[in-house]
Design a protein around this ligand. Structure first.
Ligand SMILES: NC(=O)c1ccc[n+]([C@@H]2O[C@H](COP(=O)([O-])OP(=O)(O)OC[C@H]3O[C@@H](n4cnc5c(N)ncnc54)[C@H](O)[C@@H]3O)[C@@H](O)[C@H]2O)c1
Length: 431
C-alpha cells in the first residue's frame, strides 16, 4: 500500500513537473499501470503497438472483454510481448475499481464508448478512447463535460493527427504551397471477396452465450435475443455503429480539419444505400455513401465511400487554387503546383511566378518517417501527456468535432434531409 501511494505520488508529480529529469529519476515500479477494455481486433493488435510506443513507461496489468476467447488470446499476447500475465475481467466496472490502474484503453464497439469513458474518468483514470468519441452527439458532449471536470488526460483514437506525413501536409498548406483552399475531395474505397462481404468479420466457431456476455455487449443498446452476427459484426447495425460515417469518414473529416485548421462543418447532405452486399445480408448501414459538407468559411468537402470496389483506394485531396496536396493511403504525400490547363495536349504551363517555381513533391511516409500510420505516435503522445511532458493532440473536444461530422452524415442519410450544425445550441437542425 505504501509502495502504491509512493508510485501514485510519483505519477502525480511527474504530471506537474515536466522535463527529462523526470524519466531518469524513475524506478522500476514507477510504471503507469494500464487497464485494457476491449481486446478484439484493434485492441489485440494495439497491445503490441503500445509496447513499441512506451516499453519502459507503462505495463498492462489488467484486461477486460466479454468474450472468453479474446481474453485468453490477449493474456497470451501480453505475456509474449510484455512478459507478465494481466488479470482479467468481464465487467469493466471491476477493472475500474482497481485503485492501482492509472489509465485505460477503451477499444470496444462505438455504442459502449460513452458509458465506459465517463465511468473511467469518474474513477480517476486517464483515458484513451477509440474513435468515434461516442455513438451520439449528446453522448460526446457529455464525455467532454466529464473530462473537463476530471482534469485527467484523454486522447481520442483519431491517430492520423499524430502521423508525420499529415503533419508535413499541414505544414505545406500553412506555407501557402497550394494557395487558398475552398475544395477538398476525400474518399475510401474498399472491397470484400464475394463470399466475404465487407465488415462480415469471422465469428469464432466456439462462440455461444456461455463464453460471451451478451447483456454486457448490449449495454445501453436496445435489448434483443443473442445474435452472434450483431456481437462480432456490430459495425453493420445502427444500434451499435454509424457504419461508414463514424467508422471511416470520421478519420478523414478529422484530418481535413487538422490540415486546414477547421472544426465543425456548417451543413451536410448525404446519400447512398445498401447496394453491394444485398444477398442474405441484414445489414442496416449503407455500403455506398457520399456526403457533401460546407463549412461557414467557404470550404466544401466532398466525401465518398464504396465497399464494393477498391481501385481508387483511400485519400484526401486538398484542391487549392495554386496547387494540390494529396495524401494517399496514409502512406504517400504528393504536392503538385497548378499549371492552369497545361494538362491539355499541347498546352503551355500558364502558371505565374512564384507558383511555377514550386517543385512537385512526393514523400513516402514509411520510408521517410519509418511510420506505417500515426497509431504508435498517438500512443506515445498519450503516455507522454500522462507523464506531463506533452499535450495530447486529440483531446475530447477535438474528437467530438470529428465525431459530429460523422453523426451529421448519418442523420442526413437517415432523414434524407440537409443537416445544419447549430453551434450555439450544440445540436443539428434539418431543412
Ligand atoms: N483508430 C482506428 O484506426 C481504428 C481501427 C479499427 C477500429 N477502431 C475502433 O476500435 C473499436 C473496436 O473496434 P474493433 O474492430 O476492435 O471491434 P471488435 O469487435 O473486433 O472488438 C471489440 C471488442 O470489444 C469487446 N466487448 C464488447 N462488449 C464489451 C463490454 N461490455 N465490455 C468489454 N468488452 C466488450 C468484444 O468482445 C470485442 O473483443 C471501435 O471503436 C472502432 O471504431 C479504430
Amino acid at each position: 500500500m505504501a509502495d502504491e501511494m509512493k508510485r501514485r505520488d510519483f505519477l502525480k508529480a511527474a504530471a506537474i513537473a515536466a522535463g527529462p529529469a523526470v524519466i531518469s529519476a524513475r524506478g522500476a515500479n514507477d510504471k503507469i499501470n494500464i487497464g485494457w477494455i476491449g481486446v478484439g481486433t484493434r485492441g489485440n493488435a494495439a497491445i503490441d503497438w503500445l509496447h513499441t510506443a512506451a516499453p519502459n513507461d507503462v505495463q498492462i496489468t489488467s484486461i477486460c472483454d466479454t468474450y472468453d476467447g479474446y481474453i485468453a488470446r490477449a493474456k497470451d499476447r501480453v505475456k509474449t510481448i510484455w512478459g507478465n500475465t494481466p488479470d482479467a475481467y468481464k465487467d469493466f466496472h471491476d477493472l475500474l475499481a482497481k485503485k492501482d490502474i492509472d489509465a485505460v484503453y477503451i477499444m470496444t464497439p462505438e455504442h459502449l464508448h460513452h458509458e465506459m469513458a465517463v465511468a473511467a474518468l469518474k474513477a480517476g483514470k486517464h483515458v484513451y478512447v477509440e474513435k468515434p468519441l461516442a455513438h451520439t452527439i449528446d453522448e460526446g458532449f457529455d464525455i467532454v463535460k466529464v473530462w473537463e471536470q476530471s482534469k485527467k488526460i484523454c486522447q481520442v483514437g483519431t491517430q492520423n493527427r499524430s502521423s508525420s506525413l499529415y503533419k508535413k501536409a499541414k505544414e505545406l498548406i500553412q506555407q501557402g504551397m497550394v494557395g487558398d483552399v475552398h475544395f477538398v475531395r476525400a474518399f475510401w474505397y474498399r472491397n470484400g471477396l464475394p463470399d466475404q462481404p465487407s465488415w462480415r468479420y469471422v465469428i469464432p466457431a466456439d462462440t455461444n452465450t456461455q463464453n460471451t456476455d451478451w447483456p454486457r455487449f448490449l449495454g445501453p443498446a436496445p435489448k434483443r435475443p443473442w445474435d452472434p452476427h450483431r456481437y462480432f459484426q456490430w459495425r453493420l447495425y445502427w444500434d451499435y455503429s454509424g457504419g461508414i460515417s463514424t467508422d471511416l469518414l470520421v478519420h478523414q473529416t478529422d484530418i481535413v480539419n487538422f490540415m486546414l485548421s477547421k472544426t465543425v462543418p456548417a451543413s451536410c447532405i448525404a446519400s447512398g444505400g445498401v447496394y453491394r452486399w444485398t444477398v442474405n445480408d441484414d445489414r442496416d448501414v449503407p455500403d455506398t455513401l457520399s456526403a457533401i459538407y460546407d463549412y461557414s468559411d467557404k470550404l466544401q468537402v466532398n466525401y465518398s465511400c464504396y465497399l464494393g470496389n477498391e481501385y481508387f483506394g483511400y485519400g484526401e485531396e486538398i484542391c487549392g487554387n495554386e496547387g494540390t496536396i494529396r495524401v494517399m493511403n496514409r502512406t504517400d504525400l504528393y504536392f503538385e503546383p497548378e499549371t492552369y490547363n497545361s494538362r491539355r495536349p499541347g498546352a503551355q504551363n500558364r502558371a505565374p511566378e512564384p507558383i511555377r517555381s514550386r517543385k512537385a513533391l512526393h514523400i513516402n511516409g514509411p520510408e521517410e518517417y519509418k511510420e506505417v500510420d500515426g497509431a504508435i505516435n498517438h500512443f506515445k503522445n498519450f503516455i507522454q501527456a500522462i507523464l506531463g511532458k506533452e499535450q495530447v493532440i486529440a483531446p475530447p473536444p477535438v474528437g467530438q468535432q470529428a465525431a459530429i461530422s460523422g453523426h451529421m452524415a448519418t442523420l442526413a442519410y437517415k432523414n434524407q434531409k440537409k443537416v445544419l450544425w447549430d453551434d450555439a445550441n450544440r445540436k443539428v437542425r434539418y431543412i
